[in-house]
Structure formats: structure tokens, C-alpha cells
Design a protein around this ligand. Structure first.
Ligand SMILES: NC(=O)c1ccc[n+]([C@@H]2O[C@H](COP(=O)([O-])OP(=O)(O)OC[C@H]3O[C@@H](n4cnc5c(N)ncnc54)[C@H](O)[C@@H]3O)[C@@H](O)[C@H]2O)c1
Length: 308
């Protein structure tokens, strides 16, 4: 979508952090922006700060895990700002860690915490797609950006639920890109490393609002981020804007993780050996069903990502 000026974007998890960074970048490019979040107070403050710059903004309180709430949210945003051309499924939650930095392993994770992470990160993203994609199809085009993470491309121990959820976001985004290409709807998946946001605190807030999320844990989980430096979310927002204009598939903001992704791909490739049934291979009519033409298309473009 080369020409974004005057178009409307709907961004979830936009009361702060990466979502607000996207909102600021989009506004600077002349877009109208609906910002959605479950945290009403923070959302109101974010809307105020954007309006102070003269921007046209529509704040919408939304719990992305509710399909019914999505329908109302999009209607409200479209009534205020016109048809939505860009959807950013960005709201998310982390699985947390202990205050001493110890991660939560899958074997000790409360069931309710697993469900919470999957519900927000996966079902929330699916709900957004189900609500917005049919509208974009009817309009004749658009662009969807799903926020995954580097944790959607590599899975270290101690991040099992979060990685499972973000791998799901990457997987569904890859399928969605193939499905929506014929409808003139681009799909990008954002996979950042560390970004300076209130993610630890906002995730703790959601866990506190969820019965059983920390049940049976020997220690409470951390509510404050460690002080290591992180990327400015506004820079992530500008990169997302450039990716929408360039129809980039994967949005990689942190090139320092390249080696880790290469290691994973090499491990998978190394596992390809002889058939488990000597002499048998799936015929092309079967293997071709697994081909996503968007991989080859992105690779052929050299993916020349917009560094804008
Ligand atoms: N900060 C990082 O280092 C980092 C790295 C990779 C990926 N991410 C991803 O970026 C996205 C944005 O996170 P952030 O870092 O900007 O943190 P953030 O806390 O600023 O933003 C997350 C927002 O999502 C909202 N939210 C949570 N549950 C919601 C729900 N059910 N409905 C609506 N809104 C809900 C929170 O209120 C919060 O405002 C997340 O998906 C996160 O997984 C963050």
C-alpha cells in the first residue's frame, strides 16, 4: 500500500509501547488512527497525547479476546474515521518470569497462565482477522500487520507458552498472506527483539486480573522490567509503516538475532535424511499442497526490506 495518507489504521495494544509507536509513525504519514486497548485509563492518556499534536484519533476500549467486542470496536472506529485500510494486531501478553530472573518452565506453568497467553496472543489475533478481513475484502484491499516476536522464530527454554503463541502468530500470518494476496490485502508479521515498553507491567496487570494465573507458584512473578537498554518503539513504528508501504512479509527490526534463526533453520534442514519408508515419497500432488508461494516471492524480491 504505497499511498497511506488519508487512510485509517486500527491498532490494538496501542495505549503505549509498540502500538503507540506505530500510531505516531502512521499519524506523521497523514493517516487517521483508531487506537484500541483493554486499559481504558492508559488509552485515554495516549489519545490525549496524540490529539495534542493535532492528530485525528479514535480511542476504543477493546478486549481482543472477545469476538463480539471486536465487531463493536470496528464499527465505532469506522463511524468516526471511515473504512479501515490497515489493521495492526499488536496487543499481547508475556508469560512472565520470577523477580530473580528465573524463567517459568512449562512443567511448572499454571494451566490458567498458559491459557491466558494463548487466548490473548493467538485468539486475540485470530479474532481481529475474522472481524476486519471481510471488511477489507469488500473494500477491495488493505493491509494487516500481526505482531509476533523474535520468540516466534526461535524458542529458547523458559519461554514455552510465549513462544508457542508467537510461533502461532507467525504461522497464521504466513497462511493469511497466501490467502489474502488475491484480495489485494497485504500481510506482514512483525518479529522484534527487545523494545522499551511497559510490557512486563501490562502483562502483570492481565495476570492479576485472571484467576489462577499464578496459582501454586512458589514465588510471585516480576512486575517490573529489567533495566537493560531496549529499542525505542517509535523506530519500530516507522519500520512497520515502511513495511506496509513496501508490502514486506517479515518485519525484522533486530538483525542481531540472525545467527539464532540461522541455527534453528540449520537444525531443521539437518534433520532431512532418507524416507522412513524406503522407496516411498509423497507425490507432488500432496507435497504441492504444502507450498506457500509467498515464501519464494519474498525470497526472490531479496526481501529488500524498507529501512525507512
Ligand atoms: N517489548 C518487547 O520487547 C517486545 C518484543 C517482541 C514482541 N513484543 C510484542 O509487542 C506487542 C506490544 O507489546 P509492547 O511491548 O508494546 O508492550 P505494551 O505493554 O506497551 O503493549 C501491550 C498492550 O496490550 C494491551 N493488552 C493486553 N491484553 C489485551 C487484551 N486482551 N485486549 C486489548 N489489549 C490488551 C495492554 O494493555 C498493553 O497496553 C505484544 O504483542 C508483544 O508480545 C514486544
Amino acid at each position: 500500500m504505497r499511498d497511506v495518507s488519508g487512510r485509517t489504521a486500527f491498532i490494538t495494544g496501542a495505549a503505549g509501547g509498540i502500538g503507540l509507536g506505530m500510531a505516531r509513525a502512521f499519524i506523521a504519514a497523514g493517516m487517521r488512527v483508531a487506537i484500541a486497548d483493554i486499559n481504558a485509563d492508559k488509552l485515554a492518556a495516549a489519545a490525549e497525547s496524540l490529539r495534542a499534536t493535532g492528530a485525528e484519533v479514535c480511542p476504543v476500549v477493546l478486549d481482543i479476546t472477545s469476538p463480539a467486542a471486536w465487531a463493536h470496536a470496528l464499527e465505532a472506529a469506522e463511524a468516526a474515521l471511515g473504512p479501515i485500510s490497515v489493521l495492526c494486531n499488536n496487543a499481547g501478553i508475556g508469560q512472565g518470569r520470577f523477580p530473580d530472573g528465573r524463567p517459568i518452565e512449562l512443567a511448572e506453568m499454571p494451566e490458567a497462565l498458559w491459557h491466558l497467553v494463548i487466548d490473548i496472543n493467538v485468539h486475540g489475533t485470530f479474532n481481529g482477522i475474522r472481524a476486519a478481513a471481510p471488511r477489507m475484502k469488500a473494500q477491495g484491499g488493505g493491509h494487516i500487520v500481526n505482531t509476533a516476536s523474535m520468540a516466534g522464530l526461535v524458542s529458547p527454554g523458559g519461554l514455552g507458552a510465549y513462544c508457542a503463541s508467537k510461533y502461532a502468530v507467525v504461522g497464521l500470518s504466513e497462511a493469511l498472506r497466501a490467502e489474502l494476496a488475491p484480495h489485494n490485502i497485504g500481510v506482514s508479521v512483525l518479529c522484534p527483539g527487545g523494545v522499551r515498553t511497559d510490557f512486563v507491567a501490562s502483562s502483570a496487570e492481565r495476570r492479576a486480573a485472571t484467576p489462577g494465573a499464578e496459582e501454586g507458584m512458589a514465588q510471585p512473578l516480576a512486575t517490573r522490567a529489567d533495566p537493560a537498554p531496549r529499542m525505542d518503539p517509535l523506530n519500530v513504528g516507522h519500520r512497520v509503516l515502511a513495511a506496509i508501504r513496501n508490502d514486506d512479509f517479515y518485519i525484522i527490526t533486530h538483525p542481531e538475532y540472525r545467527g539464532l534463526v540461522d541455527e534453528r533453520i540449520a537444525a531443521i534442514t539437518a534433520a532431512f535424511g532418507p524416507s522412513a519408508q524406503p522407496g516411498y515419497i509423497d507425490p507432488p500432488i500432496v507435497t504441492d499442497r504444502s507450498r506457500n508461494p509467498e515464501y519464494a516471492r519474498a525470497a526472490a524480491r531479496g526481501q529488500e526490506p524498507s529501512h525507512g
